[in-house]
Design a protein around this ligand. Sequence first.
Ligand code: ASP
Length: 437
Amino acid sequence: MSFSRRDFVRTSVLGTIAAGAGVRAQGEVAANHLLENPAAAAQNNDAQSGSYKRPIIICAHNGFDYLDDAFAFLKSGGDTLDVALRVVKGPEDDPNVTTVGLGGIPNEEGVVELDACCMHGPTRRAGAVGAVRNIKNVSLVSKAVFEHTGHVMLVGEGAERFAVAVGFPRENLLTDHSRKIWLLWKEYHSNSDWWGPGLADPHWQAPTDAAPVSPDKAPQQPERGKPQSELWRERYRRLEEHAGKLGIAPEDRADAIHKVLFPPTGTIHCSALNEKGEISGCTTTSGLAFKLPGRCGDSPIIGAGCYTDQDVGSAGATGSGEENIKVAGAHTIVENMRHGMSPHEAGMDALKRIVRTYNGDMSRLRFVDMIYYILRKDGAYAGVSLWEGYQARRPHTIAVHDGTRRSEVTTALFKGYSQDFPPEPKVPEEVRKQYLK
Ligand code: ASP
């Protein structure tokens, strides 16, 4: 059932190269980046056949702090979905987590929109909500969908009205911190719209590549003629100045600037399995920062951001939502396990399908990332990722509690770190040091 990375490279990527040489021309070949070291795959417990433990909870790194309480609840007989919901409610309630629930970074219009879905293994029920405004605990709303309706998915205004009808409070999800980051983002892009200081502002400056005042005056030096380091220094200086004017605390400015230049993602998935073998999962997020209003990522899509089958196991995802939807990641993984793959193999196969989406073109894949959290019904689990971590920040991890709470590094398909998106010219090291400490 399983196949090696080498086989994959030969049959999938190279096969595609032969078939689509035009697409390949500008990119590197995925094969160069595949992690060939099998020792890296031995992180998770599916390498130790027969030693699996139940009960167990697995989740994304941002659920780590909530695992002790949830595990005690699981041990005391708590329902597996309620256990998973207890974990993800932690970041949803935390105003300092800017990627889930309250305090999430808003969409491009400054409105926080949340996505979530869940599956209850024992009763084989599913619920989902997408692009919900003004309701903090959308993971709980996704459960309410199957408890109180004959539907599986509600979105937008209808989902919000449903949540209020069943008792969830309406509240403002935009914290001052996230609002200021959004304003900074708006102003940074204000060369081409009406945001930011206008002509009447005493500090307004003409763009350096503006047309000359009179035809006989020589045009100013166009921006593109400047060295990259100077351009970046100017950008950061402008962002720092705006951040100060917006009242962003000096110690928060580097983080805010990074979020503006490279809109962050972030999500939490959790799957829980009890001693009897009952299993459930859920995923919740504020999705991609500054997204278009109404955009739904993979998190509210049953089969993409989360999928649980009582007969097999559960899987969830964080990362590039659009890519995961296209490979129905969580469902693919559970089906792979149903057909005999280990959690690790099942996850790697789903990652390879993402590679296939781009025909192995590394010039695109370096901007994509994906982490899968996988739990089989017998307690075997794996955390796998496309890359080893996000650029120069932290390695990807999976948080686990099976009596011992711990964080484990995921097994990556590719060597190295994914790149921030949108692609910008490389920030010169001296500028990065000065402004992004
Ligand atoms: N998958 C999420 C989305 O696309 C983002 C993330 O997990 O970081 O909305």
